[in-house]
Design a protein around this ligand. Sequence first.
Ligand SMILES: [Cu+2]
Length: 133
Amino acid sequence: MKNIIKWTLTIVVGLFFIACGGSDEQVQGFSKSGNAGPLKVTYSSDKPLTVGDNTIVVEIKKDGKPVTGAKVEFKVFMPEMPGMPYMEDVRTLSSTGNSYSGNINFSMAGTWQVKIYIEKDGKKYKYSSSVIL
Ligand SMILES: [Cu+2]
């Protein structure tokens, strides 16, 4: 139920920006993509990534078609550094139609490693990336 409200809000906000298109104020979101074997993986956020909570949307395509019904785990981590422990956040994303989404918390600024683990029809795929906050 929470997700439905979240998505309704996202759509309403999205429509608002479409309706107001043409103004100079563009919302700069975040988006990055790459491959996990035969899969094309895109992860994005409609706002720039920030320290704290971020709503992440993952789209997976194979031969240009959305891959649905997969188990998608999104992990971010920062290796241990002098004076700083290892940090991570892991979330199993919820399927929302043709994409997957969930909340990811970055506990501090810096470079974060991103791993997206995908399981579909008994096969496992991994996408590696990184972001700088
Ligand atoms: Cu650190």
